[in-house]
Design a binder for this molecule. Structure first.
Ligand code: ZN
Ligand code: ZN
Length: 178
């Protein structure tokens, strides 16, 4: 991976892509830019589940991967699902070049709490690094503070750090920021 392209999809409450374009280069050590690409989400909406099919949306990013050095992260603010799970925070192609993340369940508001912008952006950052980590070939990590730890709730995400643990960094061949 030599650069990251962020593609905001649909309506975002906050400029997550703008924030990540500044923070991801520090963690992943590659340049990052935001690309405006019109991708319609309506075809992937399930009216039964009132959620959007993550894998189908991820598939929309595949034609954009002409540049082999580029990894793409789609950013949304809608509720995502895959059929076997109630919801997903994001999805990625393991050792591929496309990933997706949604901030929908990362808002404090989603849990009936007052919105906390900074906490929201921190969670988005961890989710973004996690999904991009999968595209770099990393699987889930047992270290509960590692960004590659599997998270099933925002509590899990809040415990994690926004960087790879020394073992995951070693696997990626990048200096550890631990
Ligand atoms: Zn994961
Ligand atoms: Zn790790």
């Amino acid at each position: 991976m030599q650069n990251i392209v962020l593609i905001p999809m649909g309506v975002m409450k906050l400029d997550v892509a703008g924030f990540l374009s500044l923070s991801l280069p520090e963690i992943l050590r590659v340049p990052c830019r935001v690309l405006a690409e019109e991708i319609r989400l309506e075809p992937f909406y399930s009216s039964d589940r009132k959620q959007y099919h993550s894998t189908e949306i991820l598939r929309q990013l595949l034609p954009l991967t002409a540049d082999k050095k580029q990894h793409i992260l789609g950013i949304l603010d809608v509720d995502l699902y895959i059929p076997i799970l109630t919801f997903v925070f994001g999805e990625a192609q393991l050792s591929g070049r496309c990933a997706l993340m949604s901030g929908h369940r990362l808002h404090q508001e989603f849990y009936g709490l007052p919105e906390d912008e900074s906490r929201y952006l921190q969670r988005c950052e961890k989710e973004a690094v996690h999904e991009l980590g999968h595209t770099l070939g990393l699987k889930h990590c047992d270290n509960f503070e590692c960004v590659m730890r599997y998270s099933n709730s925002v509590a899990d995400i809040d415990i994690k750090r926004n960087v790879f643990c020394p073992l995951c960094s070693q696997e990626l061949g990048i200096p550890s920021l631990w």
